[in-house]
Design a binder for this molecule. Structure first.
Ligand code: HEC
Length: 128
């Protein structure tokens, strides 16, 4: 019988168990946090959740409740995560909790990278 045996040092193994960020891309790490923090439960990709679908928002112009228009860029996504009430959208109640203080700077960047990656085509092919 043939099989594979991976030999890792204890330190490597511990890092692997902890999901060491070095082996994961920013997007993958972001996706993990997105699911862990429950972002996914409101932001369903088909738009039927309590929050808007985030698929394909990157690079779009968005009309805000205030009447202003904002380009959805990295700064906007970051603002939406850190201070959600500052980007109120017309059709949605301001129910998104702030995640400030619950996630560190690196995790915010990972979430931003993940949201950016949610282009409709990439979704279909399940690309990285
Ligand atoms: C309780 C439901 C809920 C949860 C949990 C939630 N959101 Fe939201 N989110 C919303 C709603 C509702 C809006 C619309 C903003 C508004 O009008 O206040 C929004 C807006 C956004 C936007 C801006 C969308 C756009 O089209 O401009 C982003 C980006 C976002 N959320 C990311 C996240 C991330 C990342 C998480 C997890 C860290 C998260 N949300 C968790 C409900 C939620």
């Amino acid at each position: 019988m043939l099989g594979w045996v991976y030999v890792m040092s204890p330190a490597d193994y511990a890092a692997w168990l902890a999901g060491g960020s070095s082996s994961q891309s920013m997007q993958q790490a972001g996706e993990t946090i997105f699911n862990k923090l429950g972002c996914a439960s409101c932001h369903l990709s088909d738009g039927t959740g309590r929050g808007p679908s985030l698929v394909g928002i990157y690079g779009k112009e968005e009309a805000l409740k205030s009447g202003d228009k904002r380009l959805v860029d990295e700064a906007f996504i970051r603002q939406a995560i850190v201070n959600p009430n500052s980007v109120a959208l017309p059709k949605y109640p301001a129910i998104m909790p702030t995640f400030q203080g619950q996630i560190n700077e690196e995790q915010v960047l990972q979430l931003v990278a993940y949201v950016k990656s949610l282009a409709p085509e990439e979704r279909k092919t399940d690309g990285k």
